[in-house]
Write a protein that binds this ligand. Structure first.
Ligand SMILES: Nc1nc(=O)c2c([nH]1)NC[C@@H]1CN(c3ccc(C(=O)N[C@@H](CCC(=O)O)C(=O)O)cc3)C=[N+]21
Length: 296
């Protein structure tokens, strides 16, 4: 039976580190500031934003949520982003995805100043990630949190085969770059990958990351004995329960380590968002964070 990677417990340790780091910044009169922009009323986004507000408040980060109606124009969102870009009390700006159809999400991501781009969606930051540039720049928090989870679970990546399902800008693409930078051999699959090819590649994988939103896509016969399985998918079923991309009951007995849904990757995303906010604040004020503080 696999080790079940406890995302809540690891997220709790990350948040405790963020709180300690925030206290150090506060002692120097630096208040890390996070602005979240939520346009419209997507129910999943509302839950995410509420959880984030609560977590930020507990760590001492100043967070402001801007709730805009579903009929907000692109010009209004742009004006808000530009105001926050120039607001010295704000270190991190997050535009919650998805946005209503009248708003061009890419144009908004381009408008967020790269040094306040807490999601790492600005092309400048994506370019640095894919070029494996040295120095600090923000990276999307779900993939960054998955790297922390794997490190905490002592999962080796160098020389291993990693198969990622799903090529979103939020998860699959940045994760590909992060894993490859750790000397894994990485394969990025998507909805146009033929089923038989997907099965063949999954069966060889040392690490499987699934981020598709297709419930129970990854089955026991897809998984090599001893593989590590990270489930990023969250689908709310008709009965209100949450289902991941992985058939957990069937896969867990074969895996070396596996994340549950809920309680796996989700809590890490929020903790890592707070971590990135503090890192951006430290960058803006040219404060060195304690060496090794991420070694939770
Ligand atoms: N700009 C932007 N950045 C994001 O990072 C972003 C986004 N937009 N849009 C939506 C997705 C989704 N997302 C989640 C974060 C936490 C949980 C989470 O805490 N999940 C809990 C369960 C929560 C529940 O019970 O519903 C868990 O898995 O244990 C889920 C989903 C961030 N996203």
């Amino acid at each position: 039976m696999a080790e079940i990677i406890d995302g809540r417990a690891i997220a709790q340790r990350v948040r405790a580190q963020v709180a300690t780091q925030t206290q150090r910044l506060l002692a120097e009169n630096i208040i890390p500031g996070l602005a979240v922009i939520l346009v419209g009323n997507d129910p999943a986004s509302e839950i995410y934003v509420r959880n984030k507000e609560r977590a930020a408040a507990k760590t001492g980060i100043h967070s402001e949520t801007f709730k805009l109606s579903a009929t907000t124009t692109e010009a209004e969102v742009l004006a808000l982003i530009q105001r926050l870009n120039h607001d010295a009390s704000i270190d991190a700006i997050l535009l919650q995805s998805p946005v209503p159809g009248q708003i061009n999400e890419q144009a908004m991501q381009d408008a967020i100043a790269p040094e306040k781009d807490v999601d790492g969606f600005n092309p400048t930051n994506i370019g640095k990630l894919f070029a494996n540039r040295a120095g600090y720049y923000p990276v999307a928090n779900t993939p960054k949190g998955i790297m922390t989870l794997l490190e905490q679970a002592h999962v080796e990546l160098a020389q291993r085969l990693v198969v990622i399902l799903g090529r979103s800008n939020l998860v699959g693409r940045p994760l590909f770059a992060l894993m490859e930078a750790q000397n894994a051999s990485v394969v990025l699959l998507h909805r146009f990958t033929p089923d038989d090819l997907r099965h063949q590649l999954l069966q060889q994988a040392d690490v499987i990351i699934s981020a598709t939103g297709v419930p129970k896509l990854v089955r026991a016969d897809d998984v090599k004995a001893g593989a590590t399985v990270i489930d990023v998918g969250i689908t709310r079923l008709a009965d209100g329960s949450l289902q991941g991309d992985v058939d957990f009951e069937a896969v867990a007995p074969k895996a070396q380590a596996i994340t549950p849904v809920p309680g796996g990757v989700g809590p890490m995303t929020i903790a890592t968002l707070l971590q990135t906010t503090v890192e951006l604040a430290a960058e803006h004020h040219q404060v060195e964070l304690e060496a090794g503080w991420q070694n939770i």
